[in-house]
Design a protein around this ligand. Structure first.
Ligand SMILES: O=C(O)c1ccc[n+]([C@@H]2O[C@H](COP(=O)([O-])O)[C@@H](O)[C@H]2O)c1
Ligand SMILES: Cc1cc2nc[nH]c2cc1C
Length: 366
């Protein structure tokens, strides 16, 4: 994919009419007004995206982008790159955390090798390797422009594949040692927020390691002199193949009308990159949780996405998004098998306040 081809992609809005109808259906149900809280809004958004007043989300998949990061050489993570291969190999057998959680609720895990630093073909992992990991961004840009665009294209193609396979709800996940460093660097460059404020300990790091991680990012941001609006150059310089791949999954979700549930900080950074590259993509994003990593809250605020789970999760792989799958399943099962006020012979509750009136008309601006 060329940057020109990326520029030409058009994102349409989800259906406001279906959104309004679903909000109104929730109001007919025998329950307090807005009793299902944020889930009324989120299920309406899912229906609007899938263009169905009674959306079916029985087929769900989490696309897990697996890749290595050259910056790990600088001691920004507790382990080495070999752990990416080790965990990804188990993921191919559905034996990591996300596999266990997804199996429990009948969702599929689709691991993608988009850049693991190893030559082996991994059983159960889709081989879309673009490079054997990225370069060490302290010394040179993490990726070339064509690698970055190829990673975005891979993500878009994975969303297209899921659409063809009949999935109705996607989630983003990743596995890659060092990717909280790349995520914090991309987050700082996209938002202009101070590195100290948005860089955490990732999978686990000593005080000295955290100081080193912050300094490496500060130094790189000076070196590349990135402007907030240069999304592609930011991804290339200090990002990763997994982040760029997930950026593509968000864009693909919007192109093929599939809702995409975010996971943790890496997903959130990719979501912001997607919205910056293709404004309007945000309307297809479903928040899940607020990661323990400090950048997550700031990025979600920037996207005006409000997570429903606040449990200091920091596992990655798409685990928090799969938890959200279960919650959405429950909310929709209630909606689909609804008992209405007329079923129980009680008059429907009315809306009185101004905000309630807005909800009644179902006005939604994405
Ligand atoms: O999802 C998150 O918010 C999250 C927060 C901290 C760590 N992780 C996971 O931990 C790995 C990155 O940690 P690190 O310390 O190597 O940058 C990577 O494989 C992520 O899936 C994930
Ligand atoms: C073991 C392990 C599993 C992971 N899953 C996602 N990130 C991870 C990081 C580590 C270190």
């Amino acid at each position: 994919m060329t940057s020109e081809e990326l520029n030409q992609i058009k994102i349409q809005e989800p259906s406001k009419e279906i959104y309004r109808r679903i909000r109104s259906e929730w109001d007919h149900m025998a329950k307090p007004l807005d009793g299902m809280g944020r889930f009324e809004e989120l299920t309406a958004q899912i229906g609007a995206i899938l263009e169905n007043v009674y959306p079916d989300i029985s087929r769900k998949a989490v696309i897990v982008m697996c890749a290595d990061n050259g910056i790990v050489e600088e001691g920004v993570s507790q382990s080495g790159q070999e752990v990416t291969l080790a965990v990804s190999s188990f993921m191919g057998k559905n034996q990591t955390s996300v596999g266990k959680m997804a199996t429990r609720i009948g969702a599929d895990v689709i691991p993608v090798d988009i850049g693991i630093n190893h030559g082996a073909q991994i059983e159960g992992v889709i081989d879309r390797k673009i490079a054997h990991g990225t370069k060490n961004f302290r010394k040179e840009p993490a990726m070339t422009e064509s690698e970055t665009l190829a990673a975005i294209q891979t993500g878009i193609e994975m969303a297209a594949y899921c659409k063809r396979e009949g999935y109705q709800l996607l989630a983003t996940g990743e596995m890659g040692i060092g990717n909280t460093t790349t995520s914090s660097a991309v987050a700082a460059a996209l938002t202009g927020l101070p590195v100290e404020e948005i860089t955490g300990r990732g999978a686990g790091l000593s005080d000295e390691g955290l100081r080193r991680k912050r300094n490496v990012i500060i130094e790189a941001l000076k070196k590349y002199d990135l402007r907030k609006e240069e999304t592609l150059r930011i991804l290339m310089s200090v990002g990763g193949l997994d982040i760029a791949g997930l950026t593509g999954v968000f864009i693909g979700g919007a192109m093929y009308h599939l809702p995409v549930v975010l996971d943790g900080v890496i997903s959130a950074v990719a979501a912001l990159a997607a919205e910056r590259l293709k404004p309007g993509t945000r309307a297809y994003m479903i928040p899940s949780h607020k990661s323990k990593e400090p950048a997550a809250k700031q990025i979600l605020d920037e996207l005006c996405l409000s997570p429903v789970i606040d449990a200091s999760l920091a596992l990655g792989e798409g685990t928090g998004a799969v938890m959200m799958f279960a919650l959405l399943d429950m909310a929709l099962s209630l909606y689909q098998r609804q008992t209405t006020f007329s079923d129980i012979h009680v008059e429907q509750y009315r809306r009185y306040t101004k905000t309630q009136e807005t909800k009644e008309t179902g006005e939604k601006s994405w």
